[in-house]
Each structure stands twice: as structure tokens, then as C-alpha cells.
Ligand binder design. Structure first.
Ligand code: PXG
Length: 289
């Protein structure tokens, strides 16, 4: 496997970062997870724009243009002869001294991995997931801006641990007010009385690229969408529920906290979104070469 590391494609074994890198020492950095299908990178420009916005929000100056980063990403996929897979693009604050001060890190480090990912076993895409509500809350937007896709995932990992310990594959995370935000690595949608509902970004969800694609597809499919604060009540009483994410794609949810949602099977509108998403993913995107 060839890895992009600070301007070069290097062998996996040579792809090493410093123990003084603040990405490692403090989680000081940002990342993107991007999928490619059928030789094309899906929503590449949107991902790179979000990367630059995340970096800007944490005062991490990137010494590349967005076009250059798109080029590095394509070159990494091409070097690995892949047509379908998952890209992990990471920018860290770079190596510096001990101590938090990011201004003492002279230059950011970037690495890009092109590989594959499977978040959930295949059967759940057909039969749906049974998920739980976890006790771990999403940090308030005042503590950690939810739009920033930062390297601070300990909160999400603790939520994931709760899910696994409860024999579930995913966990709904509430914010400090008790409103639903998202799952550990996916945005959440419900269908209720013919309307598609999803939590507000300002309640603490990541501004997901797949979330935006679903909202766009809702327009095409003629499904009205409302972004508003949701509670567990809304999920318990929903007709359908599904999760979205680059890694997760679109996956139905059939139970929350052992309570059946809707019919207990993936819903018909969910299945339409799932099909429309795959159709779009397979036919659009930035060509790798
Ligand atoms: N919420 C969170 C907290 C995420 O990390 C999403 C939602 C979905 O956003 P997109 O833009 O992908 O539709 C994410 C996505 C990984 C990995 O290991 C990354 C994510 C999720 C799961 C695994 O790279 N990020």
C-alpha cells in the first residue's frame, strides 16, 4: 500500500509520523473520510472544502490550495490501483515541543490512506440495526465546535464502547439538553407522517456530507425535509429511521433501546433513499485519473 505523506507517496512501512506531532500528543488536527466508487471520488470537492473549513476554525493554516489537496487525494488512490474504497485524509498540527501551544509547531503534516472500510456487517443494510441511547453526551458546541471534523474522537469512542458493551453496533448521542445529535460516526434521520426529519447541526451534529446528499435527494424524491431538535420520543414514535455517513453510507435502524421503530423492518422510504444514494454514488464524482 502506498501512503501520501507530506508530498510523497511512500510504502506503508515508511509512513511514520513524529511522536512530537501534536495530532498524536493532543488530538490537534482535522481529518476527512471520503469514499470512491467505480473509479470516481464521491463529493471530493465538498470533503476538501469541509477540511479547509475545519482547519480554518482551529487556526491551522494549510500551505496547499484546495485544488492541490484534491490532486494529492486522486494521486493516492491511483497509486494503489483501487476503483472502490475509502480515503482517510489527515492533517495534523505537525511536530512541536511538549506543551499545548500550537504556534510552536512550524508546519502541519498531511497523510492520506486509500483503503477500504466496513463499519457494519452487510446483513444490517438489509435487516436494519438495533441501536441504543448512550450515557456519553456530545460535547456542547461551546466546548467543541461540532462542524469541526477534528482528531478528538475520544468522546465518540466512549459512546461506541457503550454500544458494544450493550451488544449493539451503534449509539445515539444526546447533547447536554437531552436532544438527539447523531450516532458515533453517522448522522440520523427519521420519517414521520411523510416528512423526513433530522437534528439541527447547532444541536451538536457533524454537518455530514452524506446528510447533505440525503437532503438533496429528498428534493428529487419529493419528500419534505425538516431540520429541527429531536428527542428520543421522536425516534420511538417514528415510522422509519436510518443513519448516514461516508463510511456507513445509508443504513436502516429498526430498534432503539430494544423498542421497535415503525414496522420493525427497514421502511419503504428508507429503501428509496438507500437506492437513490447508491445510484448517485455509482454514477457521479471526480474521476481518479
Ligand atoms: N458524524 C460523525 C461524528 C462523523 O465522524 C459523520 C457523522 C458522517 O459524515 P459524512 O460527512 O461522512 O457523511 C461522521 C463521519 C473513519 C470514520 O474511521 C469517520 C467518520 C465516521 C466513521 C468512521 O474515518 N466520519
Amino acid at each position: 500500500m502506498k501512503i501520501w505523506l507530506d508530498g510523497n507517496l511512500v510504502d506503508e512501512a515508511a509512513a511514520k509520523v513524529s511522536v512530537f506531532d501534536h495530532g498524536l500528543l493532543y488530538g490537534d488536527g482535522v481529518f476527512e473520510g471520503i469514499r470512491f466508487y467505480n473509479g470516481r471520488i464521491f463529493r471530493l470537492e465538498e470533503h476538501i472544502r469541509r477540511l479547509f473549513d475545519s482547519a480554518r476554525a482551529i487556526i491551522l493554516d494549510l500551505p496547499w490550495t484546495r485544488e492541490e489537496v484534491c490532486g494529492f487525494t486522486c494521486a493516492t488512490v491511483a497509486a494503489n490501483d483501487l476503483t472502490d474504497g475509502y480515503i482517510r485524509l489527515v492533517v495534523t498540527r505537525g511536530a512541536g515541543g511538549l506543551g499545548l501551544n500550537p504556534y510552536l509547531c512550524p508546519k502541519p503534516s498531511m497523510f492520506i490512506i486509500a483503503s477500504t472500510i466496513q463499519l457494519y456487517p452487510e446483513e444490517h443494510y438489509k435487516n436494519g440495526l438495533s441501536i441504543i441511547t448512550c450515557a456519553t453526551r456530545r460535547p456542547s458546541p461551546a466546548a467543541l465546535m461540532p462542524q469541526v471534523k477534528s482528531l478528538n474522537y475520544l468522546n465518540n469512542i466512549m459512546a461506541k464502547v457503550e454500544a458494544i458493551q450493550a451488544n449493539a453496533l451503534e449509539a445515539v448521542m444526546l447533547n447536554e439538553q437531552g436532544y438527539v445529535t447523531e450516532c458515533t460516526g453517522d448522522n440520523l434521520f427519521i420519517m414521520k407522517n411523510g416528512t423526513l426529519l433530522t437534528p439541527l447541526i447547532s444541536d451538536g451534529a457533524l454537518d455530514g456530507i452524506t446528510r447533505a446528499v440525503i437532503i438533496e435527494l429528498a428534493g428529487t424524491l419529493g419528500v419534505p425535509v425538516v431540520e429541527r431538535s429531536l428527542t428520543r420520543y421522536d425516534i420511538f414514535t417514528a415510522d422509519e429511521c436510518f443513519l448516514t455517513g461516508t463510511a456507513a453510507e445509508v443504513i436502516p435502524v429498526v430498534a432503539l433501546d430494544r423498542r421497535v421503530i415503525g414496522s420493525g423492518k427497514p421502511g419503504p422510504i428508507t429503501q428509496r433513499f438507500l437506492a437513490a444514494f447508491h445510484q448517485l454514488a455509482m454514477t457521479t464524482g471526480t474521476p481518479i485519473r
